[in-house]
Design a protein around this ligand. Structure first.
Ligand code: ADP
Length: 609
């Protein structure tokens, strides 16, 4: 006997000892596997027409033997595949599943994920799987549960898979016998698997008379499910719960979707689409492991589970199904070049975009939720594509408005700003709350303009890609690009600038006096392409030293420190030098940068005190 892998054993134990009340789901899981296997066979037969069959799933009860048997004529498994698929947990979305497994009770985990094949052990204490592929030998896998499993090769056998469940005997708290009742099983099929696209047949005993007039009893199979997939049904007849269940069962999410789009197009290219926006990003969404795509059916055949070309990168979060009428000879390879598929993809893209615009307009709360999860993806694509699709996406972006205290779009910014204004002001800052106290922000606000707060590292780069919105330039309030200040400076004043620049050397590009800083004695500005925040976001990376902003140290002419500095440059140069160094570090701090030389700074401050 072979032992299960540790993780599989853990899940199996959980199934065997499960107190999960909804044991009924085992049937849905096994039927869904059978349907997947037929999907694969069906696809395979597109290129191997001799393998074409009448596809069906059969469910049989044998009360005396206490067995419930599920048979499909799908793709089947050979001995190796039985080993690989049933010996280890193969549940799609395994990573997420494992994570949850560590933290939650079996009740929550089973409820959220369904658990595939192993759920058979919730109702059976012995499971036999007979399977055969077109080319391979028939094989049998069997297991009494956690102790392990056996695999052997057999002679003969039909292509497909037969799963025999030996139903547990009744316990004090559970009536397992119900899974041997035809009526119960029919109900479960109707309830959970009605939409399965292949007939699920159960036998029925029919009494009739033969030609000779004798009474005969016959076992005839009849189809239990309606076979109409959800996306082909009439929207008005579908309950929200059905949409949600379908989503959770097919796309491995345990939360309801945030938004559902169900529509169909009739015309040169006809198709039906059922699309979902998840409520939360997938655990791997922002990594390279994430695969975008929609399930694609053509003429009732599942072509692929994730057809990437149907979604642009910026909408890669969308999940769903597309069922299209395409020429029958398509394969996964030729599909790529099919004009029809491009037409569908474009239609879907426009639909998603319009839908997002509508949500933004009519249900702000929902849009905020969406944006919190997927806004970064929109921004990331603009950046990555160098602004290629900015026209499509820029109106879907939002940034935090200092004035309004909430997220707003560029359009809203422009609508609410002063007439004749030529800029959209922004400030990159991790913390929205400190922004209001910054002197440069204050200055812009006082003139009646709003300042957008860019909180993501990528934001400023995104604005650089967009370049302009409604003919307005983006302006970083921290940059010197604002209006020049007209000051009348005495020689003594100018001397302060030269002296301080002499002390600081290359640390700053320039030292400038200003009257704009209000209560702040000093400020730091960036001059040029690299902003202070870009510098901040590169701290600790290998590029740290190459990404440095050109800095301008501002000294507030209206502060007492300025007077002190001016005086000491004349009568106590040593003191003046220390003061300049401390002021520079202070300016760094108030701009959100780290101290350049913390040890020396503390020493200097003490000496000055
Ligand atoms: P999942 O279906 O989520 O991958 P399961 O544990 O239910 O996880 O099934 C594991 C694997 O076993 C499937 O991915 C499939 O390859 C294979 N399998 C299960 N049932 C069948 C079947 N009836 N016919 C062919 N292969 C099957």
């Amino acid at each position: 006997m072979k032992a299960f892998k540790t993780e599989s054993k853990k899940i199996l134990d959980m199934m065997i000892n499960s107190i999960y009340t909804n044991k009924d789901i085992f049937l849905r899981e096994l039927i869904s596997n059978a349907s997947d296997a037929i999907d694969k066979a069906h696809f395979d037969a597109l290129t191997n027409s001799d393998r074409q069959r009448e596809y069906k799933i059969k469910v049989d009860i044998d009360k005396n033997a206490r067995t419930l048997t599920i048979t499909d004529n799908g793709i089947g498994m050979d001995a190796l595949e039985l080993e690989k698929n049933l010996g280890t947990i193969a549940k799609s979305g395994t990573e997420e599943f494992k994570k949850e497994l560590g933290e939650k009770s079996d009740l929550e985990v089973i409820g959220q994920f369904g658990v595939g094949f192993y759920s058979a052990f919730m109702v059976a204490d012995f499971v036999e799987v007979y399977s055969k592929t077109f080319d391979g030998k028939a094989s049998k896998w069997q297991s009494h549960g956690a102790s392990g499993y056996d695999i052997e090769e057999l002679d003969g056998g039909e292509v497909g898979t037969k799963i025999v469940l030996h139903i547990k005997t009744n316990s004090e708290d559970f009536n397992y016998d119900k899974y041997l009742e035809e009526y119960e099983i029919r109900n479960l099929i109707k309830k959970y698997s009605d939409y399965i696209r292949y007939p699920i047949e159960m036998s029925k005993i029919v009494n009739s008379k033969n030609d000779a007039g004798d009474e005969v009893t016959e076992n005839v199979y009849e189809t239990v499910n309606s076979m109409v997939p959800l996306w082909k049904r009439n929207k008005a007849d579908i309950k929200e719960e059905e949409y949600n269940d379908f989503y959770k069962n097919n796309f491995y999410d345990y939360e309801n979707p945030l938004h559902i789009i169900h529509y169909s197009v009739e015309g040169k290219v006809s198709f039906k689409a059922l699309l979902y926006f998840p409520s939360k990003v997938d655990y791997n969404f922002y990594t390279k492991d994430y695969e975008k795509g929609l399930k694609l059916f053509t003429n009732g055949v599942l072509i692929t589970d994730k057809y990437a070309e149907l979604l642009p990168d910026y909408f890669s979060f969308v999940k769903g199904v597309v069922d299209a009428e395409l020429p029958l000879n398509v394969s996964r390879e030729t599909l790529q070049h099919s004009k029809d598929v491009q037409v569908i993809a474009l239609n879907i893209e426009n639909k998603i975009k319009t839908e997002l615009e509508n949500i933004l307009k009519n249900d702000r709360e929902k849009y905020e939720k969406f944006y919190e999860q997927f806004g970064l993806q929109l921004k990331y694509t603009i950046y990555k594509e160098f602004g290629l699709n900015k026209e499509k996406l820029q109106d879907l972006l939002m940034f935090y408005s200092t004035k309004e205290g909430k997220n707003i779009t560029f359009k809203e910014y422009v609508e609410k700003s002063k007439e004749g204004e030529s800029k959209i002001y922004y400030i990159p800052a991790k913390n929205k709350d400190i922004v209001k106290t910054m002197p440069m922000v204050d200055e812009v606000l006082e003139k009646g303009n709003d300042v957008l707060v860019l909180t993501d590292n990528i934001d400023e780069l995104v604005l650089k890609m967009i370049v302009k919105y409604a003919d307005r330039q983006f302006a970083n309030v921290m940059n010197e690009s604002g209006e020049k200040e007209e000051l009348t400076l005495t020689d003594e004043d100018k001397n302060v600038e030269t002296f301080a620049k002499g002390i600081l050397g290359d640390k700053v590009e320039e030292v400038k006096l200003t009257q704009k800083l209000k209560d702040h004695p000093v400020g730091l500005l960036a001059d040029g392409e690299i902003s202070l925040d870009m510098e901040k976001s590169f701290v600790g990376t290998p590029n740290e030293n190459s990404v440095k902003a050109k800095k301008i140290l501002q000294i507030n002419m209206q502060s007492s420190v300025f007077e002190k500095l001016k005086k000491s440059i004349i009568d106590n140069k040593d003191y003046a030098e220390k003061l300049v160094k401390v002021l520079y570090e202070q300016a760094r701090l108030s701009a959100g940068l780290e101290l350049e030389d913390a040890t020396n700074y503390t020493k200097l401050v003490c000496e000055l005190i």
